[in-house]
Write a protein that binds this ligand. Structure first.
Ligand code: ZN
Length: 320
């Protein structure tokens, strides 16, 4: 028996067919090509799914369920997309529109929550009672899972941890507030700070990279510079982990998750990022004197988390 996971992104739609062990046995993707009408988008996704089933000679009867992660606020009980900025959807019953194509049930949830669910069932949070996912990307996404349930909020909009203010009257965020977590601790914030520091420090490795014209500063280039001992890069990392630790510390104090899982492209930097972060967080969390404390760990599934989590939505007990 198989499950299907669909990760609907603003740029690409990635689909995976998973076996009973929740391993992806076949995958494919197509460009999202926005803007698109919901009906056209659903039609194209269904076509891709059926084409994949045909290629793998898996009959639709062998599919237990499918799930889709959608970049927006989604009511998982009826599949209504309340609001999705990227897709330009307001009150679109997208899971229902797409579900009509399939002879198996389709579940839909917010994409960050789908990725967190993937890490919870098959990645860094596997076997834990509670897990907080913090994804460092263009912004900061997040989701909290307690005892096998995603914390949704009464209107399914819970989990916007990127817009938790960590500096009163700080830098302006595109949400309208000042000093939001993601303005200081997202991957975008790291790269922007590194670019500023490079310009101010012309003998730094970061400046040489930036002005060699071969590459722009990105997460990989930045952490390479830290590894090579560049002092400017090291000071930017100190600044970044300072702000990141404030947000993480707040989240640990509020939720006390067993695992705090950090995802997003820059999390692949590993210990060079996590070690200074733990050093800043652990002495300050309210529970520091407890015998057991939250484990801060990197995400394990990378870009597959969204597909795996979507495929596993059936086990969340959301009913359609
Ligand atoms: Zn904000």
């Amino acid at each position: 028996m198989y499950r299907i996971g669909i990760d609907l992104g603003g740029t690409n739609i990635a689909v995976g067919i998973l076996n009973q062990e929740m391993k992806i046995v076949h995958r494919a993707s197509i460009p999202t090509d926005l803007p698109q009408k919901p009906e056209t988008l659903a039609d194209r996704i269904a076509e891709l799914v059926f084409q994949m089933l045909k290629e793998t000679e898996i009959p639709a009867e062998a599919v237990i369920s499918a799930g889709i992660g959608i970049p927006g606020t989604v009511n998982p009980h009826n599949g209504m997309v309340e609001y999705a900025n990227n897709l330009d959807f307001i009150q679109v019953p997208f899971s229902k529109i797409l579900g009509r194509f399939f002879p198996f049930p389709l579940y839909g949830v917010n994409d960050a929550k789908a990725a967190a669910w993937g890490e919870y069932v098959a990645g860094a949070g596997k076997g834990s009672s509670s897990m907080m996912m913090v994804t460092l990307g263009t912004g900061i996404g997040g989701a909290m899972i307690i005892n096998g349930k995603i914390v949704d909020g009464f209107n399914f909009a819970a989990g916007e941890i990127g817009h938790m203010v960590i500096e009163h009257n700080g830098r302006l965020c595109n949400c309208g507030r000042r000093g939001c977590f993601e303005v200081y601790a997202s991957a975008t914030a790291l790269v922007e700070e590194a670019e500023r520091a490079a310009l101010a420090c012309r003998d730094s490795l970061l400046y040489k990279v930036q002005n060699g014209a071969s590459e722009k500063i990105n997460g990989k280039v930045f952490f390479d510079a830290v590894r090579k001992g560049d002092e400017t890069a090291a000071s930017v990392l100190e600044w970044f982990t300072g702000y990141l630790s404030v947000g993480i510390c707040n989240l640990v104090n509020i939720f006390q998750p067993e695992i705090l899982c950090i995802g997003g492209g820059i999390s692949s930097a590993g210990e060079i990022l996590f070690a200074p972060l733990r050093e800043k967080v652990y002495p300050l969390v309210y529970s520091r004197d407890s015998e057991i404390n939250t484990k801060i760990a990197g995400a394990k599934l990378g870009n597959d988390a969204g597909i795996i989590g979507a495929a596993g939505l059936e086990s969340l007990n959301y009913f359609m």
